[in-house]
Structures are given as structure tokens and as C-alpha cells.
Design a protein around this ligand. Structure first.
Ligand code: URA
Length: 304
């Protein structure tokens, strides 16, 4: 995938104070996405709060370009302690054999999971969203991992359908990606992306995931990665970063998210880029430019 940016993306990035570091696409390029000529157009189409733009920040100095820092390879994974064979008190066993399940069985296992107390309060499990899948996992290049379903996602059974989801969709759009099936694709966009969460059930009142819940849910995410075989994982926020990097980054729980950004990590051999959670970006508009840096890092490291 190239970093050719269309007019709309360039307008968005100008608004963010992000300077471009690649030549513009050739005029009349056949694969240019639909013309959205200005950030105002983008706002009209998507809602201003969820645009992937920043408050005009300090214009970056020319010397600070290119925006993408050279990828640093994260330290080699450390040996992992074996998973406990019995669940902790208050937790129930997970379905057996997750590590061997095919995609439909994995979906069914998540739908019926009662391995932690979240099953009592959820309306729906949220397995994830991507291109249509049959007996095999959908074909994707990108895996986006968020934290946990919120109220809207719990009701819909779909990840990222609220305001944070709108912003995520615009982040994907800036990368020329669109979630969903090929028949709904806008011209010039690809749907090779699967979106999921660390937790497949909503924590009540949108509280943070509990470590025991994360541990119970972790094999589902692991199996999703094994079956999807994405070429790049984008970890949104601290819980996704901690869950994916727990085996490769010592004391990852103690490391601020900002320090996990700007480098290539790895999960099961798949490159991982850490960025801010869209819900955080909705409150911290100034960090959208940093999130764009992260997306550029992921795009530049992406091997098609
Ligand atoms: N936040 C998340 O992390 N995931 C969702 O699905 C929705 C909001």
C-alpha cells in the first residue's frame, strides 16, 4: 500500500498541522477516492467532532519532517509463563480448544462465553467487524484492536459504532480503508481491515477492563490473530497495547502509552503499532496529529 494521499486527505492533514512528506498523486489518478475537497466537506459528511483533524497546533518545523520516525525494533519476546490451568475464583472455565478453533467455532465460542462475570450484564458479545467471512477467517491486511465494547456496541453487537467509532472510521478513511463488505465500498478504498477489542463483552458503566477479564478473554484475541494473519496490527489505547505487548515488553503496564508509540512492536510475529484510543482523541484534539504520525508509521512499515 502506498502513501499516496488524495486532495481530501491533504486538506485534513493541513488542518492538523501535519506536513506531507510524499509527492502528491498524479493528477487524475484512477484510484483516487471520491473527491471531498475540504475539511468543511469532510465535517459535513462525517460530523465535526469525529473528523480526524487536530486543533491547529504549532506548525511543525520543516526540520521535523518527515513525520514518521524511523522504526525501532522492539526487544525480543521474553519467555511466557504458562497459563494457569484453573480459573481464578469467581471465573468460569473458557470453552475448551480455543487454540484450535476455526473462525465459525471461535465466533460461536465468544457468543456463548460465560468465563467471567461480564456475561451476566452484557446484551451482546462483540466479536468484531470486517469483510464477510465464511468457513475461514476474512481476508484482511489490518487488524485494529480497541479496548472493550461500550453501551452502543453492546446493543449493536458491533465494535466502535459510537462517536469513537466515527472517528476511527475517519482514521481508516485517511488510510484508504473502510470497514465492511466489498459491496458497500467507496471507490478507491479497501476493506481489508478487521476491528475487534481486547474484551468481547461490555464492562458495566464503561469501567476499565479488569485484569482477570482481560486474561479470560485473551485466548480469543490470540486465535483471531492466528486465523486472520494480518500484516499489521494497530493497538488503540493502553489496554490494547498492554494486552498485545505483555509478552514482549517488560513491565508494559508501567510504561505510559506515549512511550510505546513511535516504534514497531510485534505480536505473534505480526508488527504492532500503538496509538491513542479514538475516545481519548475526541477529548484531546491536539493529539490527533500524533495519531496521524502513528498511522503513517504503520503505513510505511506495512508490507503488502
Ligand atoms: N471503545 C472501544 O475500545 N471499543 C469499542 O468497540 C467501542 C469503544
Amino acid at each position: 500500500m502506498s502513501l499516496d494521499l488524495d486532495k481530501r486527505q491533504r486538506a485534513m492533514l493541513r488542518e492538523m498541522g501535519v506536513r506531507l512528506w510524499q509527492p502528491p498523486p498524479a493528477a487524475g489518478s484512477a484510484d483516487a477516492p471520491p473527491a471531498i475537497d475540504s475539511v468543511a466537506d469532510n465535517a459535513r459528511l462525517t460530523g465535526a467532532e469525529t473528523r480526524f483533524v487536530a486543533e491547529p497546533a504549532q506548525p511543525p518545523a520543516a526540520a521535523s519532517m518527515p513525520a514518521v520516525r524511523p522504526p525501532q525494533v522492539a526487544p525480543a519476546p521474553a519467555a511466557r509463563a504458562p497459563a494457569p490451568s484453573a480459573p481464578a475464583p469467581g471465573l468460569a472455565p473458557r470453552p475448551a480448544g480455543i487454540e484450535l478453533m476455526a473462525w465459525p467455532a471461535l465466533q460461536a465460542a465468544v457468543a456463548g462465553c460465560r468465563a467471567c462475570a461480564l456475561c451476566a450484564s452484557r446484551k451482546n458479545t462483540v466479536f468484531g467487524a470486517g469483510p464477510e467471512a465464511g468457513a475461514s477467517a476474512p481476508v484482511v491486511d489490518w487488524l485494529i484492536v480497541g479496548e472493550a465494547p461500550g453501551e452502543n456496541e453492546d446493543l449493536a453487537g458491533e465494535p466502535f459504532v459510537g462517536q469513537a467509532g466515527k472517528l476511527l472510521d475517519n482514521m481508516l478513511l485517511a488510510m484508504r480503508l473502510q470497514r465492511g463488505n466489498a459491496d458497500a465500498l467507496r471507490p478507491g478504498l479497501a476493506n481489508h481491515v478487521f476491528i475487534t477489542n481486547v474484551l468481547k463483552c461490555r464492562p458495566p458503566a464503561n469501567r476499565n477492563p479488569d485484569p482477570a477479564e482481560v486474561a479470560q478473554c485473551e485466548p480469543y484475541l490470540k486465535r483471531q490473530v492466528e486465523l486472520l494473519q494480518p500484516k499489521m496490527i494497530l493497538a488503540l489505547g493502553k489496554f490494547a497495547a498492554q494486552s498485545l505487548l505483555q509478552d514482549s515488553v517488560p513491565d508494559v503496564q508501567k510504561i505510559p502509552l506515549g512511550k510505546l508509540r513511535g516504534q514497531l512492536h510485534s505480536y505473534l510475529g505480526v508488527p504492532v503499532v500503538v496509538t491513542y484510543h479514538p475516545a481519548y482523541l475526541l477529548r484531546s484534539l491536539g493529539d490527533k496529529a500524533k495519531a496521524w504520525d502513528d498511522l503513517c508509521l504503520a503505513l510505511s512499515a506495512f508490507k503488502s
